[in-house]
Design a protein around this ligand. Structure first.
Ligand code: SAM
Length: 234
């Protein structure tokens, strides 16, 4: 079998330090920010000349934390509750031939060697294989349809413990990041696996930037954020 070798043009420094709670697609959490650090020779100013005229870019990247040796023909997308399987090419699942992902993300700032991004759905450390400008007249397809994924994932109601909201606001100031919005946007998509029944006493947690966010489900379909604390390992 013919094979080709590729090398990343850069790596993403992302708010998402683990796969859990990352939105299923870009744009679902506009407060999800990161920096694409370009590697030589792409860190030179020539490589990004003109990019300041572009609002969004396509990133082609490697699902580096989901690579597998054995190709799968069918996958079980989380959107279908993890029960139904589909042909791999009918889904945007992470387990796929060549492990290539693609996301259209907002380009907030450009400087030599660095692209500042938001609306990302990428894990920290994701290797990026290529960057292409979004071209609205060609990339927007007004009459497109997809009967498998015809709407964004449903949202659950989210509420805060007063102390947790205060903690999140303080960490947001320290990090200079829209942390409250990030937590609300990511948790409202209910990161819990569809097959798990959310017992009210069960605590869930995720690391965003360097803070551990903890929440529970007082009842199904409702999230209460309990704590936003500096990660102990930091
Ligand atoms: N927008 C991309 C696409 O369509 O190719 C990604 C879609 S995929 C369903 C999104 C999920 O990929 C996220 O929820 C996250 O858990 C996972 N993910 C993101 N970056 C990853 C990485 N570097 N390695 C493995 N999984 C990753």
């Amino acid at each position: 079998m013919t094979s080709y070798t590729m090398s990343p043009v850069g790596f993403v420094r992302s708010c998402f330090k683990e796969k859990f709670a990352i939105p299923r697609q870009p744009q679902l959490a506009p407060a999800a920010r990161g920096v694409l650090e370009l590697v030589p020779p792409f860190d030179r100013a020539e490589a990004i000349e003109g990019l300041e005229q572009v609002s969004h870019v396509w990133l082609l990247f490697l699902f580096h934390q989901a690579l597998e040796d054995k190709p799968r023909l069918k996958v079980r997308p989380p959107r279908l509750g993890g029960n139904a399987s589909m042909g791999v090419f009918a889904t945007r699942a992470t387990h796929r031939p060549n492990g290539i992902g693609q996301s259209v993300v907002k380009l907030d700032k450009v400087e030599p060697g660095r692209l500042w991004l938001s609306g990302i759905d990428l894990l920290d450390g994701t290797p990026v294989l290529d960057i292409k400008p979004y071209v609205p007249y060609a990339d927007q397809v007004p009459d497109a349809s997809n009967r498998i994924a015809d709407a964004p994932p449903p949202q659950v109601a989210l509420e805060w413990d007063d102390a947790a909201l205060q903690q999140a606001s303080e960490h947001a100031l320290r990090l200079n990041e829209p942390l409250v919005q990030l937590i609300e946007q990511c948790l409202a998509q209910d990161p819990r696996p569809a097959y798990q029944v959310p017992e009210p006493e069960r605590r869930y947690g995720v690391l965003l930037w360097d803070v551990q966010v903890r929440w529970h489900y007082p009842e199904p379909g409702r999230i209460r954020v309990l704590e936003v604390a500096l990660n102990r390992a930091d």
